[in-house]
Write a protein that binds this ligand. Structure first.
Ligand code: EPU
Length: 420
């Protein structure tokens, strides 16, 4: 299994460019199934989850022409297959994003429970999706580990999300775009990726209002046209690199990013003594002499993102004082804490949602396994600031969401090798 070998303690400096947003690309690709006409997508991140999505698209009969490694044209004129390749679908959670477009376009879809990071209690649930599609009139059967959904014509409805869900909101927007009549979605997630998905669909002829706010109204249309979409910069990558700069006390400039989308992190930087300069599409983090401890609680956008929680914990191991890290979105997203403890951090796990970090600590290299994508990148940050060598097994989990991570970090002065 591929792994990363990192020799820590190298001085880092320079510029790093942010890739296209994983969690936008993974919705825009399947959304191309909503139309028979070509959709051109640019600034795709070159990551494993995008490759798997393209494999799912071609498996369904869509034509995907790669113009460059980061752009493609998708033409989904001849989609006849309504069954997702189970091996691929089980590899990543975002395979669930194919369900709504197939159901809306073909009236039928069959798929297994989606896979991906293990960051919930057992498998991450899809009950909200099933409930939402059922509200739009889909008939649902579950048999032999497969979900089979049918609806000759989805019908607009009102649906209230009892738990705020990013992909749930996006799936319902896609399904409602081709449903008959009006759909009102309440208590929706407000992540920027949702607003850009709706803007793209509107440019293709959909009638969606309110995306990016808690209430989204969709007036169904008969058909969508093709279009062009440029994936926005990845806000989680931006935040991750900013945390790396702060933890490594390295002067890093992060380019091709949107600092306005990580306000929750930058507001904390001001309070803990990390100076930065920001423009509309760049961010420069300056080395701090002393970092103060701080308590965080993850929250839906625009609050502190769960996807930056693990990296922030690493930063707090370098801060003076006691910090509480409170994960509110997922049940099992703190299991990496044990690995940081093995590296020398002083962390007490209070329960499955809260941990206390007592800093600062000198970290030292260890042999670790990446449990999930975001914990994996946090382990890389810890390894980069630690003394000695760290091995991180299960590199695939990190490659799923971070493009060419070794090459990009090595350009800053890091010493990371990939090995089998
Ligand atoms: N939930 C349910 N039922 C459902 C769906 C979700 O109970 O049917 C629960 C989840 O278990 C969780 C909460 O709702 O406790 C919120 O999860 P949400 O549905 O918002 O998460 P998601 O849409 O599956 C997306 C991102 C995640 C990110 C979360 C939260 C994508 C592909 N994934 O997941 O990204 O952590 O929103 O912001 O957009 C990552 O990039 O590493 C990642 C995990």
């Amino acid at each position: 299994m591929p792994k990363f070998i990192i020799t820590g303690g190298q001085p880092l400096k320079g510029e790093i460019k942010v890739s296209g947003a994983k969690n936008s690309a993974l919705k825009i690709l399947p959304a191309a199934l909503l139309t028979e006409e070509p959709v051109t997508i640019a600034n795709l991140p070159e990551i494993e989850d995008v490759r798997r999505s393209i494999e799912l698209l071609t498996g369904l009969g869509a034509q995907v022409n790669l113009i460059s490694p980061s752009s493609c044209v998708i033409e989904a004129k001849n989609i006849k297959k309504f069954e997702l390749n189970p091996e691929l679908a089980k590899k990543f959670r975002a395979s669930i994003m194919f369900v709504a477009p197939l159901l809306a376009r073909l009236g039928e879809v069959k798929f297994p429970h989606p896979g991906g990071c293990i960051i919930g209690a057992g498998e991450r649930p899809i009950d909200l999706f099933l409930e939402g599609f059922s509200a739009l009139g889909a008939e649902i059967k579950i048999n032999g580990g497969f979900y089979h959904l049918k609806a000759r014509q989805l019908k607009g409805a009102e649906y209230f999300f009892t738990t705020i869900s990013v992909t749930g909101t996006e799936a319902m927007i896609m399904a409602a775009a081709l449903a008959k009549g009006k759909t009102t979605l309440k208590n929706c997630a407000m992540e920027p990726e949702i607003a850009t998905l709706a803007e793209h669909l509107n440019a293709c002829g959909a009638k969606i209002k309110g995306a990016g706010t808690p209430t989204v109204c969709v007036e169904g249309v008969n058909k969508l046209s093709g279009g062009k979409f440029t994936v926005m910069p990845d806000r989680i990558e931006t935040g991750t690199f900013a945390i790396l700069a702060a933890a490594a006390r390295a002067p890093l400039t992060i380019t091709k990013c949107l600092p306005a989308q990580i306000e929750s992190l930058l507001a904390i930087f001001k309070k803990i003594g990390i100076a930065y300069q920001a423009g509309s599409d760049w961010l420069k983090v300056l080395p701090a002499k002393k970092i103060k401890s701080y308590n965080i609680k993850t929250h839906e956008y625009p609050g502190f993102p769960t996807d930056l929680q693990a990296a922030f914990t690493v930063l707090m191991t370098q801060a003076s004082g006691v910090s509480m890290i409170h994960e509110t979105i997922y049940d099992r997203r703190l299991i990496y804490a044990d690995m940081l403890t093995q590296m020398g951090a002083n962390i007490i796990m209070c329960d499955s949602h809260r941990l206390v970090v007592n800093g600062p600590s000198r970290l030292h290299g260890k042999r670790l396994t990446s449990p999930d994508l975001r914990a994996g990148i946090a382990m890389i940050i810890a390894a980069l600031i630690a003394r000695g060598e760290t091995e991180i097994d299960n590199a695939y989990q990190i490659d799923r969401g971070y493009e060419n991570i070794c090459e990009r970090l090595n350009k800053l002065g890091a010493d990371i090798k990939r090995a089998d």
